[in-house]
Design a protein around this ligand. Sequence first.
Ligand code: ZN
Length: 686
Amino acid sequence: MQSRWDDAEAQALIDHYGARSFSADLALRIYSTRLLGRDKRLVLHGGGNTSVKTRMHDLNGELVDVLCVKGSGADMAAIEPGGLPALRIAPLRRLRTRETLADADMVRIQRANLIDPAAPNPSVETLLHAFLPATYVDHTHASAILSVVDQVDGMARAEEIFAGRMGVVPYIMPGFALAKAAAAIFDAAPKVDGLILDKHGLFTFGATAREAYERMIAAVSLAEARIARARRRVFANAALPGNIASATALAPILRGACSRAYATREGAWQRPILELRTDAQIRHFVDGGRLRDFALRGVVTPDHAIRTKNWPLIVETPVAGGLNEYKPYARATVDAFVARYRSYFEHHNARVGGDRRMLDPMPRVVLVPGIGLYGLGPSKKDACIAADIAQAAIEAITGAEAIGRFQSISEADMFAMEYWPLEQAKLGAASARPLAGQVAAITGGAGAIGAATARAFCAAGAEVALIDIDLARAREVAAAVGGGAVAIAADVTDAPAVTRAFDAVVENFGGLDILVANAGAAWQGRIGEVEEKILRASFELNFFAHQRCAQAAVAIMRAQGTGGCLLFNVSKQAVNPGADFGPYGLPKAATLFLVRQYALDHGADKIRANGVNADRVRSRLMTPSFIAERARARGLGEADYMRANLLGYEVTADDVAQAFLHHALALKSSGDVTTVDGGNIAAALR
Ligand code: ZN
């Protein structure tokens, strides 16, 4: 591992923060914290922290000695001064004389000593930083160090490799007791560069930011060198079937198996988002003949438990053509996982007094021999975090097995960490947005209605895929919508392109719950004279594309077995034809009937089908020149033309989006059509 320290970059940050009245001490603390945070081999998702001891003015203007330590929830890779809250250090150090300190008291005392009372909670490892005398203290859960210490004899191996350069601390859960023990070990050997924490990670320290950082790199490099000298092929392959099913075919089945119906609301499901990872190292691990043995021994560092649980779910390799039988197998395997989790919880909860509430028991990581690993979470972001951590765990376990025998902390220690209220706080308040965990695909996603619908669905917590023939524009819309929306190119009148697009939705999110079949275009022509090819072109886009996309969606939804929602942009033309709009209205009338046919044929699959009849919405169909021409033909101004309805309001793309959102949430409505036209009795459904 190479040092990435660069004096010019460090100076640039000193100048940047100096201009904002932050000290050089803090600027350098920010610089090396970012260096550590940007290397996944060192730090992942809150697994690490740093501090600096310095002086600053408190709110009374008095100069005080402080510890600036990483705050809970701050991302080390992009840390700012606000992510390193300052605490008065003297009262923290006095705590060392105590025998014990309850976690709740520790948190209260830390908060009481914040210079800024509005600052975030300081790290749960704050006292360890405070009790060590060095100006700069760095802490990571580097994978290579975990390979060395996650061993039956981890402490002895660390002693051997670091030969007195690092102190070695036995496993103790983070908090006051660990801080005291670490400080005592440092006091006994104050010349060390840092401390190795058995089954947890390492601390390095120094008089300068650079010294602490370079010692981190040196210590991790020593561990890496030890692993590099070990054997390369660690796991012997299992015999896998030759005709393995595709990850795209498997994902919806796994997603369905890892979903649960809410007991409190019929028709509502708790669904995970899936993130697939696979590469040579992952395959070497998951394809191993003794995967169950290695993968089920526990976490590689305690704070992984809250993200990935203590164990992954392992499923058998799916065989192409055998997925119908695989579905009940996957469900039974998830049920067994949940039952094991429940008994683990009940056993340890009873042991510690029975006052904890069981967390969501569903798996967060699924390992599939022959395919790779899936990270699971209530959002794409959470799924990626679980996948990142699972990947780091595979790296650490592979390294550990290369040099010895991987061993985790005890189940009781894992429970203590997983159910530690201070650790739970890292996850933040779970968002209970109404479409959380649901995946929506929107065709015509780059148009006005597609974009407005994407915004509304993202705001409601859904993961959104924008499918459009214009990829560049769809990307712009996805970027503007934010919330992790993705853009996928497809001409929905082309069957292979539709197949590829829905495969891409599954690759991104693991499945699909809501289809908004929205792509359309208006063809005109007097029906007695119009060319047949115009009529056929309109049917291709305004009817067959809806049918093709709905079929693709239904196939995914049925594989999941958790229902679904099909939404069609129908148009008022379907019930109230406009003069010369036959080529547009006829396929839309067929699409109106399609809504009812899907509602009828797939109600048994718990798939709902509903339509929205919008009228006169500014969009790619209703271009400014089109509007001007229609308004002129009616002898109206443009604004009056757009408001020519019973309410006298102009209908916007956002109004249409709200109707789609309503149907996505209305769990007991199917076969319905909602009008969004400002009121038009001639277009009313009866
Ligand atoms: Zn730690």
